[in-house]
Ligand binder design. Structure first.
Ligand SMILES: [Fe+2]
Length: 518
């Protein structure tokens, strides 16, 4: 710092010795509405939640159409949907280092009730969102409903399912990952049988490598009105899977970049952009290529939610990164899905027996399904799932054993599945159930069953249900019964798809088994 600048600072208001750039005056900044990417709330606790927005009047511009300086944004939390009474308000700084995103951690609120919120800057206001605080830990609670969604490849279809999810009466939404897809615009889209199909909409920009590429991709996805509506409707817990960075990455390497030093550069850019666009607490702000993602939330004495991170600490896919024949590497004791620290955290949390039910928020399927659809005896597995990792899978199932109240919820597969989690490679006793949620759009319209699904059902007796339509889950948890509704839309290739419940799966507490309504 030069002598002149130091003297100027001392002559000034005298409040600080740190030279800060002048706060830009919002009234003069915006050539267009600055809140085009919407608002969101997330990571609720019993006394608060995060509220999020990002200033981006020109979303595809390198800096979202914003000048490179700090901008002060007003935030307000209301007692009522009519916005008659403000219970808290304040100012937050939107900074160019974080793409002018704003993450406000609101605290000091009453437990177990809805609140409404909005942002304002330079005479412009956002729409109003609804957040909700959690019932305090150990408070008796009879029922909770929540939504589960993810896998939203933009080019594959419209986010009609999100429009329907926004209308559901849910206390929160858990997003299991694949919020964006990093790929370059697809030249042609294909059906599962290899035939070409209609291309619904295009990615803007290249494959994502730099922070600018990832920011542009989030901006494009967040412009979607159905996605924005689902964010306004309820607080979200978010976890990433692979496509927020690159397809099938694990730990320090990507299948396309084996040098950890080089991959760390891309991963740091991806994680920064993820944090910038999600309603996450500061505890999840990335440090370089790492961020804290696994975490826990308690809903009274009813539901203990454990949100896993099955990417950052995982060892690379054994055998091959594909649906391939099992091989000796599946049994390598050095394999990991969670890291040792995360695994110890989960085991300890489960031992506390804090609630009637344990919900495991998991990214890749835990059931070790044999995916063989032909006549050969060879056992085929998805190696980018817990199916490829025998020793870590048996360890986590051992941690579930005896509890009788564990429900694993998963994404990634772009199909709905329901089944029991049995030890000994699926041949032992059932210790939990798993519901795999389909995709919001990835894979396109789909059909009730993909070719070969009947064979997979026959090969895996613990698997009870498969469906290949787009949609989301609604879970309704009571004290003794858990119900999962598989909500599906009839199409995503054109707007206006109709929603229905394909089946409802019921689990009785104390008995890891599934009964289906249809
Ligand atoms: Fe996906």
């Amino acid at each position: 710092m030069s002598m002149i600048s130091r003297r100027n600072l001392l002559i000034g208001a005298g409040a600080t010795l740190i030279a800060a750039p002048a706060i830009l005056r919002a009234q003069q900044l915006f050539t267009a509405f600055p809140f085009r990417l919407g608002i969101a709330s997330g990571d609720p606790s019993h006394d608060g939640f995060v509220i999020w927005t990002r200033l981006a009047p020109d979303p595809f511009d390198e800096h979202g159409g914003m000048p490179l300086g700090p901008v002060e944004v007003d935030w307000l939390v209301y007692d009522d949907a009519g916005m008659k009474k403000v219970v808290q308000k304040g100012k937050a700084m939107a900074l160019p280092e974080l793409a002018h995103s704003v993450h406000v951690e609101v605290g000091g609120l009453e437990p177990d009730r809805p609140y409404w919120y909005r942002f304002a800057v330079g005479g412009e206001k956002t729409q109003v969102g609804c957040a909700r605080t959690l019932p305090p830990p150990s408070k008796p609670l009879d029922k909770i409903r929540f939504g589960v969604a993810g896998c939203q490849q933009y080019e594959d279809g419209y986010y009609t399912a999100y429009g329907h999810l926004a209308q559901e009466d849910v206390a929160f939404i858990w997003h299991y990952g694949d919020y964006i897809y990093e790929n370059k615009p697809k030249q042609v889209n294909y059906n599962f049988d290899g035939s070409p199909k209609a291309h619904v909409r295009d990615h803007v920009g290249t494959e994502c490598y730099t922070i600018g590429d990832y920011r542009r991709r989030y901006a494009q996805y967040k412009l979607d009105p159905d996605l924005q509506a689902a964010h306004r409707a309820a607080p979200w817990f978010v976890t990433f899977d692979d496509h927020e960075v690159v397809n099938d990455w694990t730990g320090q390497v990507s299948p396309f970049q084996h040098d950890p030093a080089l991959f760390a550069i891309r991963r740091a850019a991806a994680m920064q952009a993820y944090y910038e666009h999600m309603p996450l607490r500061k505890a999840s702000m990335p440090a370089g290529a790492q961020m804290q993602l696994y975490r826990r939330a308690l809903f009274g004495d009813l539901l203990d939610a454990h949100f896993l991170d099955t990417r950052q600490f995982r060892t690379p896919q054994p055998c091959a990164d594909d649906f391939v024949a099992v091989c000796p590497a599946n049994g390598d004791p050095k394999n990991q899905v969670m890291g040792p620290t995360e695994e110890a955290w989960l085991t300890k949390s489960l031992r506390e027996k804090a609630c009637r039910w344990n919900f495991i928020g998991n990214q890749v399927m835990m059931m070790p399904l044999n995916r063989q659809t032909g006549d050969a005896a060879t056992e085929i597995r998805n190696m980018d799932s817990w199916a490829g990792y025998d020793i870590p899978r048996e360890r986590v199932l051992d941690a579930f054993a005896g509890l009788g109240n564990v429900v694993v919820l998963t994404g990634d597969e772009h199909q709905n599945y329901a089944g029991e989690l049995r030890r000994k490679n699926g041949k032992g006793d059932a210790v939990a159930v798993e519901f795999v949620s389909t995709s919001i759009s990835s894979g396109g319209d789909g059909s009730d069953r993909r070719t070969g699904s009947d064979r997979i059902l026959a090969n895996n007796p613990y698997l009870k249900f498969v469906n290949d339509q787009r949609g989301y889950l609604v879970c309704e948890v009571g004290r003794d019964q858990w119900q999962t509704q598989f909500r599906v839309v009839d199409r995503v290739s054109t707007p206006g798809g109709a929603i229905s419940t394909r089946t409802t799966a019921t689990v009785e507490r104390g008995r890891p088994a599934i009964s289906l309504s249809v």
